[in-house]
Design a protein around this ligand. Structure first.
Ligand code: FEO
Length: 403
């Protein structure tokens, strides 16, 4: 791309925007795309920090050559690998082909995956937590942060300029549309906040306890700038995204409720709307209702992360849960989502199964129940929905108590 975007005097952003891909990890929708960031430090010694997804960067190697050429006659001394997932390691092969003597910096887990993906076993510089690398003006320190997002993941801290190269942490879905830095965007909340939480909840959220451990390691580290591998560089107020990640990884949520239902012929959908109305009458001011057949799992998880109250409904389907609800609840168990107030509802025509299996899920995940489940036989008439009034009232009371 040959842009020259400076993070500081000798540090360059080398990133690309992916607007082609429909599904991140071939799983999560990215209607607004995603960026892959890498960084080049052109000091007395030169270092490239991570690469980008293969094939997304045009002449990525030529871009690096161009920047290096201005400073160092095209010598690349180090490739620092903070994260091996292919959206960041995709160009490692090209880098090693162009600079065969480049020394590759990573930890022992990095190198196992590096060999597995790319067959590279040479010129490795193994670092452990707290080890340093002197580039001249810039002194780098490595912070191992396993499972944020893979076991090998680490961060690199530039002690000279207090810049944290944070790998996936503090990243977001959404491309960088001209603005690379947070202070170049007027509308952070509108453009990135929901997508950042969706990225966190979908990709990193399962490892929230490991995010908290990483925070402990970084607690006393002054941060002037955070350079993640996806999304904007945070330099005007890096503390803002640190606080967001801290909240999300402690499962702190907004006082509102998300109602998610599976419904074949509309009966359970009618119950969901009834509960939503009763929630509004009870004073809840943030209410979101989703049909699990229409809204992608990715957005359902995002709203579950967002709101403290979760009300799940399933019609019976072959004596089980509705498949879309079964998928959602399996994913919530897999992610180990915690700290929710919940209630359940459903409908059936013969033997039931929706609410029965939702109950099994609820027992397993260990959230706090606010009211007895309501399982409606046939059409949800007002007489059959009195229990839903109690769900709404109790949910409002429980949310108020948490304030
Ligand atoms: Fe952006 Fe875990 O890769």
């Amino acid at each position: 791309m040959n842009l020259k975007v400076k993070v500081s005097d000798r540090i360059y952003w080398l990133g690309t925007n992916d607007r082609r891909k429909a599904l991140f990890e071939n799983l999560w929708p990215i209607p607004d795309g995603v960026s892959y960031n890498s960084y080049l430090i052109a000091d007395e010694k030169t270092a490239l920090l991570d690469t980008i997804e293969m094939g997304t960067g045009g002449d990525y190697v030529g871009w690096i050559e161009h920047l290096l050429g201005e400073h160092h006659k095209n010598e690349l001394d180090y490739l620092v690998i903070n994260h091996m997932e292919p959206d960041h390691s995709g160009e490692i092969g090209e880098i090693v082909r162009r600079w065969p003597n480049v020394r590759i910096v990573g930890n022992i887990k990095t190198f196992k995956i590096l060999e597995g993906y790319y067959g590279i076993t040479q010129n490795l510089v193994e670092v452990k937590d707290g080890d340093t690398l002197d580039l001249g003006h810039h002194k780098l320190q490595f912070v191992t942060t396993p499972w944020v997002h893979w076991p090998e993941t680490m961060m690199t801290y530039d002690t000279t300029e207090q810049i944290l190269f944070s790998a996936d942490a503090f990243g977001t879905f959404g491309t960088l549309d001209g603005a690379v830095f947070d202070d170049e965007i007027d509308c952070f909340e509108e453009k990135y906040l929901s997508e950042m939480r969706r990225y966190y909840s979908n990709i990193v959220g399962k490892y929230s306890n490991m995010v908290q451990k990483a925070f402990c390691k970084l607690a006393s580290v002054p941060l002037k700038t955070i350079c993640p591998l996806h999304g904007p560089i945070w330099r005007s107020n890096p503390q803002k995204v640190v606080e967001l990640y801290d909240r999300w990884s402690r499962y702190e949520a907004e006082d509102g409720v998300v109602i998610i239902y599976g419904s074949m012929y509309g009966n359970n959908a009618a119950t969901a709307d009834y509960i939503a109305r009763k929630c509004a009458e009870a004073g809840i001011r943030k209410i979101k209702v989703h049909d699990a057949s229409k809204t992608h799992l990715s957005y359902l998880i995002n709203d579950i992360w967002r709101y403290r109250g979760v009300i799940l409904g399933s019609c019976a389907y072959n004596t089980n849960m509705f498949p879309k609800m079964e998928h959602l609840t399996n994913e919530l168990l897999h992610m180990g989502v915690q700290n929710k107030l919940y209630a359940l509802f459903g409908s059936y025509s013969w033997n039931g199964g929706g609410v029965r299996n939702l109950n099994t899920f609820a027992d397993a995940i260990g959230w706090t129940r606010v009211a007895d489940p309501v399982d409606v036989f046939g059409t949800p008439t007002p007489e059959k929905l009195t229990g839903c009034d109690i769900i709404a009232q109790n949910m409002a009371a429980a949310l108020a108590k948490h304030e």
